[in-house]
Ligand binder design. Structure first.
Ligand code: SF4
Ligand code: SF4
Length: 236
């Protein structure tokens, strides 16, 4: 690439977040670029827009995978910070954008930026993920997905009025899940066996995923840590 993030500062022209020092944005940009996957996700950009036409999020949000790829290719540090604050959680991580003729993966770039946002405890990321703390709790602890009793407005504020219609038709949704889960308030959509949970908890610890939770929600982190450590000790 012709430009270099260390000596190019377009933010002096457009900087939506002037309160955040350029050096801090540059540090975050460098963290994204330092990821071993980065070079596989970006080879330059033709600006053809094929990724945009394939992207479901681009249809419903003010969001563009082309902008993600272009921003990174141009090493626009300020724009990447803007994307980190405003756009990354609009991506559905469906990877329809891999049909890029340049072999870019805008969705992969979003994954990297998300990880950096979480690892650095960026306030806007914490705010976005707060509404999903019960989902994170469920998936990490139960090895399971959202159960029907979780479909309540408080847990999914960004679903708007739709979540009320889900909640109002709970019995209907329950018909789509296993019979065991139909009794009373469900604990999980299905039961995960102890061996699988042991492996799952080990993965969270070994990959450092459990530490990422500490950056976004300390209370949730303590809760998960207590339960997982005790369970691993019992199973040892
Ligand atoms: S990322 Fe790929 S598909 Fe999207 S505009 Fe650039 S070259 Fe085209
Ligand atoms: S992975 Fe993200 S950027 Fe790529 S097509 Fe899906 S929603 Fe769009």
């Amino acid at each position: 690439m012709a430009t270099n993030a260390a000596n190019w500062n377009p933010g002096k022209i457009t900087d939506k977040y002037p309160g955040v020092p350029y050096e801090e944005k540059l540090r975050l940009f460098a963290e994204v670029k330092a990821d071993a996957r980065y070079e596989d996700y970006l080879y330059g950009c033709y600006e053809c827009g094929i990724c945009v036409s394939a992207c479901p999020s681009a249809r419903f949000y003010d969001y563009s995978p082309r902008v993600i790829a272009q921003t990174m290719a141009r090493e626009d540090v300020n724009r990447m910070y803007e994307i980190l604050v405003e756009d990354i959680w609009n991506c559905a991580q469906c990877f329809s954008c891999v049909r890029c003729p340049r072999q870019n993966s805008p969705g992969g770039l979003v994954t990297l930026i998300r990880e950096i946002a979480v690892r650095n405890g960026i306030k806007e990321t914490r705010d976005v993920l707060q509404g999903y703390s019960r989902v994170i709790y469920k998936v990490m602890l139960k090895g399971n997905q959202v159960s029907p009793d979780m479909l309540q407005p408080d847990f999914f504020p960004d679903w708007g009025p739709w979540v009320r219609s889900f909640q109002g038709n709970m019995n209907l949704w329950r018909q789509a899940i296993p019979v065991d889960s139909l009794r009373g308030v469900t604990d999980a959509a299905w039961k995960t066996d102890d061996q699988t949970l042991r492996e799952l908890y080990t993965i969270w610890f070994e990959t450092g995923n459990i530490d990422l939770i500490a950056e976004i929600d300390e209370g949730l982190y303590e809760l998960l840590l207590d339960v997982m450590e005790e369970a691993l000790e019992d199973w040892a």
